[in-house]
Design a protein around this ligand. Structure first.
Ligand code: F0G
Length: 460
């Protein structure tokens, strides 16, 4: 019989034991954490699906590269290697390393945004939007409407609605739009990809108006895989060539290397424009470090350079995306509402549909994530009303249509047996979902509240 999934394209050389806990212990842990999975300790979690960010298992070759770290303050050979690899695989002329993705977002937003500007994007990401707003811009969502509906099956649900973009350009004028921020894939839509055709069209429209296109390339390898497997004409094109073509439609990108560059820390900002590079290399010194290390050790840059090369291997990315699909299909088969189609880095449970008796203002996704931890020691993340934060002007909650719990799959870390354990816990919980009540927020930080907010459970 053919197995239902591709076997791991690696073998395990080092193991890390994980926590085995009792339900009573987990009830205590989640109460101590204020019912916020971000505040749990990692050694309290049996299967940690909080994020795919920085949680990657590096390869033996990356670890070997760590020993070749050149920790010179300036001009490290690892920077030169990283620069060469980024040029070869991403195709941009300039690279400024940063400690992680938001470091690059900070530089980009500070350089390009003037107060009163508008930054259109295909749905927001928390840190990305926070940096845009901090610099005085208003974020405008230009993703296709279907992306806000968890059940519509579309191959490229991360696409930009070109009419929305054109309308914004007409309304505010191209001079008020410093750049379009295009995320490939779209994390908060469920890891949905953008088609090559859409990237090409966005580039053409923006070039006509003299507007830059900057990618959030954080999960661009997953996006390339979806293009290969879903977009006509790309079946026989390599992931590396797809990546190169994708990036050719951008003026630059921010990158969280902690995802698709297969490292535990690191990021970068890329661009072709010399003047933009000049400004970024002046500013990076203030916030990150010299332009040749940007807050990273030489060894970290070496690991990232090697990770980029490994990331375009088809066997790797096929296995990764297949793991997500396997978990989603198991949940869907049991009647659990998950975002369709399955994205590249995670399975998103539709918490609004899972807990229809909990109104959005009582934080259903937060409550479900807490309940899943108690049920199976599985740590997931809320991606709903808590993550969306408040409107700057009215002070009211942003109320996203998607009220989700994200089960994020770290790269090369868990096996299919772990995924089965996660699925079993979700299914058990779904069978007694009526017993899960909402939450009340008892502590709310001002920015990026989801990281440290605390909650009190309410009766179901
Ligand atoms: N852009 C996207 C699409 C992201 O998902 C993230 C991080 C960032 C930018 C920021 O990068 O963390 O390196 O500063 N996402 C993590 C997550 C935190 O769990 O989704 P960073």
């Amino acid at each position: 019989m053919q197995t239902a999934y591709p076997a791991e394209p690696y073998k395990i050389k080092v193991v890390e034991p994980i926590a085995v806990t009792t339900r009573a212990e987990r009830e205590r842990f989640i109460a101590d954490a204020g019912h916020n999975t971000f505040l749990l300790r990692s050694d309290q979690c049996t299967i940690d699906l909080l994020t795919d960010s920085g949680t990657t298992a590096m390869s033996d070759r990356q670890w070997a590269g760590m020993m070749l770290g050149d920790e010179a303050y300036a001009g490290s050979r690892n920077f030169l290697h990283l620069q060469q690899v980024v040029r070869d695989y991403y195709g941009f002329r300039h690279i400024v390393p940063t400690h992680q993705g938001r470091g690059a977002e900070n530089l980009l937003s500070m350089i390009l945004i003037r107060p009163g500007d508008f930054v259109p994007g295909n749905m927001y990401f928390t840190t990305t939007r926070a940096h845009q707003e901090r610099n005085g811009a208003t974020f405008v969502d230009i993703i296709v409407d279907e992306a806000h509906d968890s059940q519509v099956e579309l191959p490229f649900k991360g696409n930009v609605d070109l009419a929305k973009l054109e309308r914004l350009i007409d309304e505010v004028g191209p001079s008020r739009i410093p750049y379009v921020c295009l995320a490939v894939t779209v994390n908060l839509a469920g890891g949905q990809p953008v088609s090559m055709e859409n990237m090409r069209s966005v580039a053409m429209l923006c070039r006509r108006h003299g507007i830059r296109v900057m990618y959030d390339a954080t999960r661009c390898i997953e996006n390339a895989y979806f293009i290969k497997t879903r977009e006509a004409g790309y079946e026989d094109v390599s992931i590396a060539d797809i990546l190169k073509e994708m990036m050719s439609y951008a003026d630059g990108c921010t990158m969280s290397g902690k995802k698709d560059c297969l490292v535990n820390i690191g990021g970068f900002l890329c661009m072709n424009d010399d003047e933009l590079y000049q400004k970024a290399s002046e500013l990076v010194v203030l916030f990150e470090g010299m332009p040749s290390y940007g807050g990273l050790a030489g060894r970290d840059m070496e690991a990232m350079a090697r990770g980029i090369i490994e990331s375009v291997d088809y066997a790797y990315i096929h296995h990764r995306v297949s793991q997500c699909r396997y978990l989603a299909d198991r949940l869907a088969a049991a009647g659990i509402p998950v975002v369709r189609p399955t994205g590249g880095h995670a399975v998103f449970i539709d918490a609004g549909a899972f807990l229809p008796h909990v109104p959005q203002d009582l934080f259903p996704a937060q409550a479900l994530a807490a309940a899943l931890f108690v049920e199976g020691g599985v740590r997931a993340m809320e991606r709903g009303i808590v993550s969306a934060g408040r409107n700057r002007d009215t002070g009211d909650h942003h109320r996203p249509k998607l009220e989700l719990v994200r089960l994020t799959i770290p790269r090369r870390v868990y096996t299919y047996a772990h995924l089965d354990a996660v699925a079993d816990a979700c299914i058990r919980l779904h069978e007694r979902r009526d017993e899960i009540g909402g939450l009340e927020m008892v502590y709310e930080p001002k920015v990026l509240r989801f990281f440290t907010a605390r909650f009190r459970p309410l009766a179901a």
